[in-house]
Design a protein around this ligand. Structure first.
Ligand SMILES: NC(=O)c1ccc[n+]([C@@H]2O[C@H](COP(=O)([O-])OP(=O)(O)OC[C@H]3O[C@@H](n4cnc5c(N)ncnc54)[C@H](OP(=O)(O)O)[C@@H]3O)[C@@H](O)[C@H]2O)c1
Length: 202
């Protein structure tokens, strides 16, 4: 299969690339050297790089940032990376995804984007940008019924973002995410699941 993953320089994205390659898939690993996902040209650039394949089977929008600040810039940057870029990248790849017999899109979201689960407050920009990503994916799912999508919470993961106290080793998180993606069925499209396939509240 032809697989695209964003945010692959480290953390969960780097692990997902290893797993996908290990499973024998061709992978376009989109790191910042290829394109900064904040760039207005990023989505078109990724689509152009995938064009020679003629098809994309799996897209994983994984690149993300966590800003704890509440300045206007913190909000705009968070929305740009965590919500707008995944939307634009998915949109730009729809023609290539449509060529696949089982096209799948996984948006790496966060439990912190769940309004129902928010019992501790804070993290305004991050939480809101992941809630927005969840909503964007819902509309993408409804507007493209031929596509199988999911928003996936990776757990609290031992990466630069998750920090040293995180509970889930990055390999375990990525393994769970990859299994979910490989097993994604049409009937599950639009679901909000964690890396252990547990359904999460919105
Ligand atoms: N770790 C957790 O506990 C946790 C929990 C819930 C959700 N998540 C989500 O899981 C995803 C991966 O997180 P992680 O823990 O692996 O984070 P990480 O270790 O901080 O890695 C983030 C990745 O995203 C890339 N990235 C960020 N901004 C980018 C940009 N503008 N253009 C291109 N690449 C960009 C980074 O590239 P550079 O190296 O170039 O900066 C890096 O490869 C994120 O969407 C995050 O929100 C993580």
């Amino acid at each position: 299969m032809k697989v695209i993953v964003t945010g692959t320089s480290r953390g969960i994205g780097a692990e997902l690339v290893k797993l996908a390659k290990g499973a024998g898939h061709e992978v376009l690993a989109v790191d910042r050297k290829i394109t900064d996902v904040r760039s207005p040209e990023a989505a078109a650039k990724i689509a152009a790089l995938a064009q020679p394949w003629g098809v994309v089977d799996i897209l994983v929008n994984n690149a993300g940032i966590l800003r704890q600040g509440t300045s206007r810039e913190d909000f705009m940057e968070s929305f740009l990376v965590n919500s707008v870029a995944p939307f634009e990248i998915t949109q730009a790849l729809l023609p290539l995804l449509k060529k696949s017999s089982h096209p799948r899109v996984a948006q790496i979201t966060s439990m912190m984007g769940s309004i129902d689960d928010n019992s501790s407050g804070g993290y305004y920009a991050y939480r809101a940008s992941k809630s927005a990503l969840n909503m964007i994916n819902k509309s993408l799912t409804l507007d493209n019924p031929w596509l199988t999508t999911m928003v996936i919470h990776p757990g609290w993961v031992q990466t630069d973002m998750g920090g040293v106290n995180a509970t889930t080793p990055v390999g375990e998180s990525a393994q769970g995410i990859w299994q979910l993606i490989e097993g994604m069925e049409k009937a599950q499209s639009g679901s909000f699941l964690d890396f252990r396939a547990k359904e999460l509240p919105w």
